[in-house]
Structure formats: structure tokens, C-alpha cells
Design a protein around this ligand. Sequence first.
Ligand SMILES: CCCCCCCCCCCCCCCC(=O)SCCNC(=O)CCNC(=O)[C@H](O)C(C)(C)COP(=O)(O)OP(=O)(O)OC[C@H]1O[C@@H](n2cnc3c(N)ncnc32)[C@H](O)[C@@H]1OP(=O)(O)O
Length: 227
Amino acid sequence: LHWSTKLLSPASLIYITFLPNSSWGKEMMELYNHYNRLSKEATEGQEDHGEEWTRLPSYNRTLKYATGGAYLSKIIQSKARLFTRNIRDPGAAFEYVLFFRQDKLKCVCIFQAGHLLEGPPGHVHGGAIATMIDTVTGTHASLLSAPVMTANLNVNYRSPIPLGSTVLIESILDKEDGRKMYISCRVTSTDGSKLHTEATGNFKSGKLFIIKHYMCINCKFYLNNFT
Ligand SMILES: CCCCCCCCCCCCCCCC(=O)SCCNC(=O)CCNC(=O)[C@H](O)C(C)(C)COP(=O)(O)OP(=O)(O)OC[C@H]1O[C@@H](n2cnc3c(N)ncnc32)[C@H](O)[C@@H]1OP(=O)(O)O
């Protein structure tokens, strides 16, 4: 098991998608190992590379931790899953992992786009790209404040993403204004040479749901913000 899950109770484990899996390609694995190493070293107080990343847990549902789902029966509530984590076939759709760098207030997501995300022939659907951008920027904004709703998302598609390829989604905080967060995001090839997509988003931390449990009990930043 990944180190981040060791702190979770056994009952919580079914709400985590275990990463990595057998579908991850070479590029995805290399990048994952790179950030994971920096994340582990930061946690264990080992070598200082000047880059302290935290790997974020791969939760696949929220209703265990927050109120919501009033229109669903209890049974269906327990079946609710995050849109990006609801396909069990490894590699078929959204394969991704997120890391957070607290000193720079930035997030990086390594995303491998599976064959069920097709839009234009052989390339990723624009809605799937927007979904990943919303997930990364929304998670980022939630980390910095409290759980948020996306108020506005502007997406510029610059070059198509081939199905099966791995890309980087990097997000940075542009501005914070009370309970509003402005975040921008770039999707690039893993070496950064090719720009696929650019986006800006506006997120509002709201009172729509009440947090029942800490979602990321290993993430100091989440803990600080949710306490
Ligand atoms: C338990 C959870 C843990 C979380 C840990 C993460 C784990 C899991 C990760 C998954 C991560 C996925 C992340 C997905 C995130 C979504 O996809 S959310 C779904 C899509 N979004 C929605 O459905 C939102 C629907 N809209 C709304 O609910 C409301 O309109 C909003 C956005 C909450 C705003 O409501 P409000 O606060 O009542 O609005 P209002 O008072 O009119 O305006 C407040 C301010 O916002 C501004 N504003 C409002 N709307 C807009 C807009 N569209 N554009 C620009 N500015 C706006 C207003 O101008 C105003 O500004 P000021 O006058 O204060 O300067």
C-alpha cells in the first residue's frame, strides 16, 4: 500500500483508489516515481531538494465525508462515486495522481488518458479534458481554503491530446479574494514542450455541504484548513 493510506482505518480503504495500477505506462510511472520520491522524502524529513511535494490521497467518493445526496436513496448514496474514479477497468478512462507543493501553492497532476475518453478520432474528448482541469483546479482550491464549487471555468484548447498519452496538468493560485479563489492551469506534454490546453477558473468556498470527516487525514494542509 502507498504510505498515505497507512494512516487510514481499514474501513476507509475501500474509498481509496489504489495507485499505481498495471495500466500505467512508462512515462506515467517515471513521473509518479519522481514526485512520489520527493513527497516521501519531504514527509520523512530526508534530503532537502527544495521541492516539498505532498501526494494527495486518491479518494473515489465524498459522501462518506460530507453531507449531500439528498435526492438519492441511502443505498444509491453508498454507490455514488467521483466522476473521474467511477470506471473500474484499469487504464480505460481517467488515470491520474495529484501532488501539492505547499511553499509555492501549486498542484501537479499526472494524467494518462484512456481509450474510453475518445472525442475526435484517436484523441481525448474536450469534455474529458475540462473534467480533469476542473478536478485539479477544484481540488487545488479546496486545499487552499475549504471545499469549493466551481463558479467559472474558461478553457482554451491549443493542441489535441492523443488517447493513451500521458500529460501534465499544472495549476497555480493567481489570486485569493475572500472566499473566492482564482486558479490557472496548463496542460502540457510531460517534457513541457507542447501546450495542449490552458484554463482559468474561479472557485467559491461555500456552505453547501458540511464536512463529516477529514478527507485527507494524512495531509497537514487539509487538516489545518478543516480543523
Ligand atoms: C468533501 C469535499 C472535500 C473536497 C476535497 C476534494 C476531493 C474531491 C475532488 C474533486 C474535485 C472536483 C471539483 C469539482 C468542482 C465542481 O465541478 S463543482 C460543480 C459545478 N459548479 C456548480 O455546480 C456551481 C453552481 N453555482 C453555484 O452553486 C453558485 O452560483 C456559486 C458558484 C456557489 C456562487 O454562489 P453564491 O456565492 O451564492 O453567489 P453570489 O453571492 O452571487 O456571488 C459570490 C461572488 O462570486 C462571484 N461569482 C458568482 N458566480 C460567478 C461566475 N459564474 N463567474 C464569476 N464570478 C462569479 C460573484 O460575482 C460574487 O463576487 P463578489 O460580488 O463577492 O465580488
